[in-house]
Design a protein around this ligand. Structure first.
Ligand code: FMN
Length: 370
């Protein structure tokens, strides 16, 4: 066992598997905007700004949500090998791209719930295809909402018919606005709809067929126009709006952790999900979604949930692109590596400011499982 692996309390094989599992998280256009920096005493998760989508996501909010989802998988995977993770979320406000610092917090056997969620990680997929018209059971709705609550978030399931009509109209308006912007379309085209093999982005095969132009819900075209059109989608998808209290880097990361817990819980219950992100990317639409749902909390993610048929997995970048290791033989190069990871950092990462409560970015273990 190397020194680095020893500090986290895992073998090297386990460490690589933990990073692999983290990297299976969802991300906007499958940009996978994360890097993991392993040092002898901690594991750092950094946002990779070079992979930010500057048109769709100018503030990096969705980039941090993706990193939060990766952080949730990382926590799960560590618990899966019996390590209790102690997490500081965005520990340094001056370096918001340092998404999390994870340390070993002793040992804890993986609970049945952790094992179940962990098994769901490689099975979870964004499913853009039509779903069956079957309703999502009340018990599953309860579990989805509880998954969000366990991560300090809310999942509003929109059932009011009038609000649903307004939401679908808003989604169409926001979509039309986005696709009328040549820069938005160029960014979408650069990342999606390709047929050649790539390790990132959304391949054309993962884009769904498009619904008829007059259908209730409108979806992004991830096929560069090559997908079939006119396919009938389910009449009444379950629409979920995920939110947390407040706005800011920590809240975004928390939303990402909650998103992944909700998506994995959906997978456990045999449910599929896709996204309607135009509703939270276009500022006016986002504000209206807030008014229509919680009234106070800004919405972070809007999801469509239902009973789907299996779809193929999207690709992932190789581990050596997302993992930076500070091994004993590399001592002395830590400063350079840290500066590479944090373009704003003139200094290597200093001592972490830790706060007693997770709500204020302090270290937190994964919630005890019920
Ligand atoms: C914050 C966020 C926003 C997303 N928005 C959309 C969206 O609007 N439409 C969509 O089809 N997929 C959306 N996705 C899904 C990604 O495209 C998907 O996660 C990525 O392609 C990887 O595929 P996978 O989820 O199947 O692993 C979003 C994902 C995240 C994390």
């Amino acid at each position: 066992m190397s020194e680095t692996a020893h500090a986290l309390g895992t073998t090297r094989t386990q460490l690589l598997d933990v990073i692999h599992v983290a990297g299976l998280a969802p991300s906007l256009h499958n940009t996978q905007p994360w890097r993991f920096h392993v040092t002898p005493d901690r594991l750092e998760l950094w946002a990779d700004r070079s992979r930010q989508l500057h048109v769709a996501d100018p503030d990096g909010r969705e980039l941090r949500i993706a990193c939060g989802a990766a952080l949730f998988n990382l926590r799960l995977a560590l618990l899966g090998v019996g390590v209790r993770p102690l997490v500081s979320v965005v520990p340094d406000p001056d370096r918001p791209d340092l998404i999390a610092v994870v340390r070993r917090g002793g040992t804890r056997p993986a609970s049945p719930q952790v094992k179940e969620l962990l098994r769901a990680v490689p099975l979870r997929r964004t499913n853009r295809r039509p779903f069956a018209d079957a309703e999502v059971a009340t018990s599953a709705r309860y579990e989805l909402r509880r998954a969000a609550i366990e991560e300090g978030a809310w999942l509003d399931l929109v059932t009011d018919p009038d609000i649903r009509v307004e939401l679908s109209g808003l989604a169409r308006e926001a979509h039309d606005l986005q696709v009328s912007d040549p820069e938005f379309v160029a960014e979408l085209d650069a990342w999606t709809g390709h047929v050649a093999e790539r390790r990132d982005g959304v391949p054309a095969r993962s884009g769904g067929p498009l619904p008829p132009p007059n259908s209730t819900w409108v979806f992004r075209d991830f096929t560069k126009g090559s997908g079939a059109t006119g396919r009938i989608y389910e009449a009444e998808p379950l629409i979920g709006v995920l939110s947390v209290h407040g706005d800011g880097p920590r809240q975004d990361v928390r939303a990402g952790e909650a998103l992944e817990r909700v998506l994995l819980t959906a997978t456990v219950h045999g449910l599929a999900a896709s996204f309607l992100s135009q509703l939270v990317e276009v500022p006016g639409a986002r504000d209206r979604v807030r008014q229509l749902t919680s009234g106070t909390r800004p919405p972070q993610v809007v999801m469509r949930i239902g009973h789907g048929w299996p779809v193929a997995a999207t690709p992932r970048r190789p581990l050596d692109e997302i993992l930076v290791e500070d091994r004993p033989q590399d001592r002395g190069s830590t400063e350079r590596r840290s500066a590479e990871l944090d373009p704003d950092a003139a200094q290597p990462p200093g001592p972490q400011r830790e706060h007693p409560r997770r709500g204020s970015a302090g270290p937190h273990p994964m919630q005890p499982t019920p």
